[in-house]
Design a protein around this ligand. Structure first.
Ligand code: PMV
Length: 321
């Protein structure tokens, strides 16, 4: 028997960094997915296969302490396997296989999508779980890598679509979002979310007054974005993306490469900005489909890019005999 689950990648459309300090953010699931397949095995091990390698952890006498010892990229899977094996008797071993088309380490939510899909796949082998339960468990799994995760990424990967998120009230789903056509461009510079978040905290410490003005501006911007989303007003959305980028420039999470990419995309986009922590990672631009052919000439050969649509499905799960 096979339990197969998949979950989408994510982007932050508006509000990254400021969300850490209490403002709202708007996130979207996009049509790139990770698929996790889990099967029972007769071996007393948990075997994990992914593009990053293969590991095999013995389940006997117990795997409960081993997740802390494995490399961070495998930790959530070993954690989830342990949770299931310890609460279900008569299981010898599990084999978990991960196939992903989400670029790793560039702010597209690869690890959150893995946690959401792995939770559905591993727990689905034993019983059907609700989306709410799945989300809760996947956030716990993600905490084995990022103890301070806000849960926003796992939330958007679980439910799909566009969500508004803040640390106090959690998430609220936006309505129909099917007309957004986004270009995602990868600077090919890996980033450290932790380092960028620390840098912004330092900016705040040095200039509390300006930072609080920027938070107020971001809040106002997000209110305007919500109206534009409701009205499917792409022109305003593009303008708001460029305005948000100015705030991200001011808190110093941009660099020459990212600015160069945003500048190059100007002639074909309604607006463009960093998505996620910045200092590397990806730039998103709101574009018209017919302009996609022009992208390689504008960006140069050393950058990756793809066109993305909003994923409205979120996590998906099926069982095969
Ligand atoms: O890890 P990334 O690139 O998706 O960035 C996370 C977004 C931040 O707002 C910078 C941090 C956070 O926890 O919300």
């Amino acid at each position: 028997m096979k339990s197969i689950a998949s979950a989408p990648a994510k982007i932050i459309l508006f509000g990254e960094h400021f969300v850490v300090h209490g403002t709202k953010a708007i996130l979207a699931a996009i049509d790139k997915r990770v698929t996790v397949t889990t099967t029972f095995t007769e071996n007393q091990t948990v075997k994990i296969n992914s593009q990053l390698g293969t590991i095999e952890v013995p389940t006997s006498p117990s795997i409960s302490s081993s997740y802390e010892e494995v490399k961070s990229e495998f930790r959530p899977f070993v954690y989830l396997a342990n949770e299931m094996i310890t609460s279900n008797q008569n299981v010898n071993g599990l084999e978990i296989t991960i196939n992903s088309d989400i670029p790793i380490g560039v702010g597209l939510g690869s690890s959150s999508a893995c946690c959401v899909a792995a939770t559905a796949s591993i727990s689905g082998l034993f019983k059907e779980v609700s989306s709410e339960e799945n989300l809760k468990m996947s956030i716990e799994a993600e905490k084995t890598i990022f103890p301070d995760t806000s849960g926003a990424d796992c939330t958007v990967c679980t439910y799909g679509g566009i969500i508004e998120y803040d640390k106090i009230n959690g998430s609220k789903k936006n309505t129909d979002t099917s007309n957004l056509n986004l270009l995602i461009t990868n600077s090919m510079i890996p980033h450290s979310t932790k380092r960028s978040v620390e840098k912004v905290s330092k900016f705040k410490e040095d200039d509390e007054e300006r930072f609080s003005q920027l938070c107020a501006l971001e809040t106002k911007l997000i209110d305007e974005v919500n109206i534009a989303l409701k009205n499917k007003d792409l022109i305003t959305l593009g303008l708001k993306m460029s305005e948000n980028q100015k705030y991200l420039e001011e808190i110093q999470v941009s660099n020459d490469t990212l600015r160069g990419m945003i500048g190059s995309l100007k002639e074909i986009s309604l607006g463009a900005k960093i998505t996620g922590a910045g200092d590397g990672g990806c730039v998103i631009a709101l574009v018209k489909d017919e302009n996609l052919d022009k992208v390689p000439a504008l960006l140069g050969k050393d950058k990756e890019y793809f066109s993305a649509k909003i994923d409205t499905n979120g996590v998906e799960w099926e069982k095969e005999k």
